[in-house]
Write a protein that binds this ligand. Structure first.
Ligand code: MTE
Ligand code: MO
Length: 420
């Protein structure tokens, strides 16, 4: 869909105005609530996935982490090839203990609020409308967060899986959101959407209208099959390049409004205090900055002296990846990796790099650049930007996009050199 330039300007202005809204009581309380701190181990123990009917082998394969109020599956980035995440291996972030059992024949998407013709669409209605198929990543805002680094357990796979595996890349098929909004007729005073899912927690989010009219998709297809239950069956919102929570699953209602809402998930669960903005927090963090990671070889694996293929993934919410460099000497020198076609906008790209390991201890890492010229930072650069002290043992830094160094020991074993 074409971008409306005046809409985009308006959105950028609003986004700038929103940065730095005070966080209130929510941010500090959030780790306990999400069951992801070390202190929540008791909560995890109280939830017995097998007693609840989950298949233990499936959980191991998916790198699962389950609590009474949260289901997380981590994509095994180390195990698959190319750029498409098999639907069965897509990561999952779900804020309840059971996936909803939705009858697609009954399911409806209602669009109301500041529109000329409020309407309710059945799945058949949606499938009769013009569709698009596009490859995009979905990535949890917390992916790569230092907080997650120490959280490993035997169900969560090797470090590249549990540190970076809350990002997956799929071909999504559905109706452009702009088509639906044009059918209902958005009134000219409208500027935002607030939308929610039909899961028990009614997960909801806010989006500026300019993004909604740009490239969002109300998706019913994923890699050629129906969107899976874990991914939002029968429909979900896809917001290309923006952080995970925008991509509301089990989508059931869209309300067109004229101001941003602070839904529970936006305010209590997805903000973090930042020193660089005076101890305030940003409610809205839209686009993912460029990221890359070497998926193989990575921590937990072993290499032998001689030829080693280094491979990994690079992606950016800002557009296409234009370059990936690899360093095998801890960031002192860099050489360009080969990007495999296709390299698509707001999608993961595969890079490969030929290397001959001389058997000496060293550190390997990748760094990418996107089409806007934005360069992926080191952890030190990122922390400096954000005003986080380097000495902080894992700081809660969501929206994290620093380079991931892997240390190669002289016996050929690889280790996480970021925080471990
Ligand atoms: N209905 C609903 N939508 C949701 C969520 C949820 O818990 N319920 N989690 C959000 C978050 S935090 C993320 S990161 C993405 C993850 O999408 P996935 O589970 O398909 O990987 O979905 C978002 N949409
Ligand atoms: Mo998320």
């Amino acid at each position: 869909m074409d971008t409306n330039p005046s809409g985009r300007r308006r959105f950028l202005k609003q986004a700038a105005a929103l940065a730095g809204v005070a966080a209130g009581a929510g941010a500090g309380a959030e780790w306990g609530a999400r069951g992801q701190s070390a202190g929540s181990a008791g909560k995890t123990d109280n939830f017995n996935p097998e007693a609840e009917g989950y298949d233990h082998r499936e959980l191991l394969r998916r790198g699962a982490r389950m609590t009474v109020d949260h289901i997380t599956y981590y994509t095994p980035l180390q195990d698959y090839a190319g750029i498409i995440t098999p639907a069965s291996l897509h990561f999952v972030q779900y804020h309840a203990s059971h996936f909803p059992d939705i009858d697609a024949k009954q399911h409806r998407l209602t669009i109301h609020g500041m529109v000329d013709r409020p309407m309710s669409f059945s799945m058949d209605d949606l499938k009769r409308l013009p569709s698009v198929s596009r490859i995009h990543f979905v990535e949890c805002h917390a992916n790569g967060s230092p907080m997650i680094h120490n959280a490993g357990n035997e169900n969560m796979g090797p470090p590249v899986q549990f540190i970076w595996g809350m990002a997956s890349n799929s071909e999504w098929t559905g109706v452009p959101l702009s088509v639906l909004l044009n059918i209902v007729g958005v009134q000219k005073e409208a500027s935002w959407l607030v939308y929610e899912g039909a899961d028990p927690g009614k997960f909801s989010h806010t989006m500026p209208l300019a993004k909604a009219m740009d490239d969002c998709i109300v998706a019913y297809g994923q890699n050629g099959e129906t969107v899976r239950v874990e991914q939002g069956y029968p429909i979900r919102m896809i917001v290309p390049g923006w952080e995970g929570p925008f991509n509301v699953k089990y989508l059931s209602h869209i309300k067109v409004v004229d101001e941003p809402y602070h839904t529970w998930n936006e305010s209590m669960n997805h903000s973090v205090i930042r020193n660089d903005i005076g101890g305030k927090s940003r409610w809205y963090h839209f686009e993912w900055a460029p990221k890359s990671v070497i998926t193989r070889p990575s921590a937990g694996m072993n290499i032998r002296p001689g030829y080693v293929e280094i491979t990994g993934l690079a992606w950016s919410g800002g557009g296409k990846i234009t370059k990936v460099d690899v360093s095998t000497d801890g960031g002192q020198s860099w050489k360009e990796a080969k990007l495999q076609a296709p390299v698509l906008t707001k999608a993961q790209a595969r890079f490969n790099f030929d290397w001959v390991w001389d058997g000496q201890e060293c550190v390997i890492q990748s760094r990418c650049v996107d089409e806007n010229g934005v360069v992926q930072p080191s952890r030190a650069e990122l922390y400096k930007d954000w005003g986080i002290a380097e000495t902080d043992k894992p700081a809660r830094a969501i929206h994290f996009n620093a380079m991931q160094p892997w240390r190669v020991a002289s016996d050929g074993s690889l280790h996480d050199a970021m925080f471990a």
